[in-house]
Ligand binder design. Sequence first.
Ligand SMILES: Cc1cc2nc3c(=O)[nH]c(=O)nc-3n(C[C@H](O)[C@H](O)[C@H](O)COP(=O)(O)OP(=O)(O)OC[C@H]3O[C@@H](n4cnc5c(N)ncnc54)[C@H](O)[C@@H]3O)c2cc1C
Length: 402
Amino acid sequence: MNNQNEKDIYDFLVVGAGPAGLSASIIAARKGHSVMILEKGHIAGPKPRGEGMGYFPVVDEILGDNFLPSIGIKSNGGRVWHSPGDEQSLTTFKDYPHYFFEWRQFIDRFVEVANQERVQMKFNCDVTHPIEKDGICVGVKYKTNGKVNEIRGKVILDCSGYDGIIGTQYGIPYELMRCPIVKCLISHANYTLESTPDLNFYFIGNGDLEYSLQFPPAVAYFFPLDGNRAEVGLMLRMAQVPNMKTVKIPDNSEILRAWNEIKLSYPGFSEYFKDADIDYEEVTNLPNAKMAEKFVPHPGVVIIGDSAGFVNPFGSSGLYYSMKMAKNWVNMVSEKLETADLWSTQNIDDYQARFEESEVYQEVKGSYNLIGAFEYKIFNRLRTSEKINKKWDYISNLLEQA
Ligand SMILES: Cc1cc2nc3c(=O)[nH]c(=O)nc-3n(C[C@H](O)[C@H](O)[C@H](O)COP(=O)(O)OP(=O)(O)OC[C@H]3O[C@@H](n4cnc5c(N)ncnc54)[C@H](O)[C@@H]3O)c2cc1C
């Protein structure tokens, strides 16, 4: 069923060529299904996002044996958690292999495999609306070269990221799910891999930044990369914010203003920036405040990856989870693809229930529960540097479980 032209109905019509959309497409094409991806950028994954991930079998399965180790540097699994003001710290270890790599190399490999599997991809296609027939979403409208086009699919996978374009129109509450994050890549960073081989996280309580007293609780992060480069950034933690009267939600310019001060003077963290060059800097979003409750927001559509808020909120990792979620959903839907009741209520409930039983769902759900309790305690109840530092032993116990 490969190699269709656009008048046909694709088995899988995928919105977004990020890790979720590309994984789903490769898996579906390998099952013999026709697949079309529409991507709004001029290339797949146009904006760099995560550049570190756990190395699990699904990665080899999708990208090829040992591909990830071939492009990455292996981390030692350590995570250093710094209390506000870098007054205290704790190191924990994960016992699975974890690699850092370059986004472009990672994404280019997906594209290479997708091409081998004869997935069709169209770039500069900005998907705007679902198309419905008899209560089922059967396609999408998209803009390309100033023209509006329509395209159809039996299964529409919304893999368009933290503001899922189709999910939005079927009521997924992205405003409650996403958290702003500064993504920044630096070279000539002031560290050595020998002395700083770990992921480092710096907790910043509400009220801790004298230059932005109402700034939401946040975590500044540092991930080492090859050749004295590093990924650094600032994750705003929004889950508790609706219940915190002392927080004012900042706009992007306020976030960048605070970030510039943090780079200059935040204890411990600012050291990395001495003589460093900033290669990339952007405020974007990560959906790690809350996961979507239903992954089929309307018959015909499945939301996958960031569109579903399917990330592990501790450490904000979504790459592995997008790949795994894509595999689970494509497998389930594929079983029913040729049946008339593909989108019956009973089948939709069954897909959802089966996914909720899966190990990966249980893991993500468990992480959201844990981080919810953790952030309530430290960011809402304790809130300030002084109080968080006083309770650091207790917090360390919780972090050991993360
Ligand atoms: C700063 C940052 C750091 C991160 N660090 C890590 C990390 O170290 N490890 C980790 O595992 N995860 C990390 N993540 C999370 C991880 O990158 C995401 O979970 C992952 O990229 C999700 O993949 P996705 O395909 O669902 O979404 P995305 O990667 O966002 O891809 C969505 C795609 O859809 C396209 N698109 C959007 N709208 C439309 C539209 N209307 N029409 C057509 N196409 C559209 C976009 O251009 C994009 O190509 C990080 C995220 C950020 C933002």
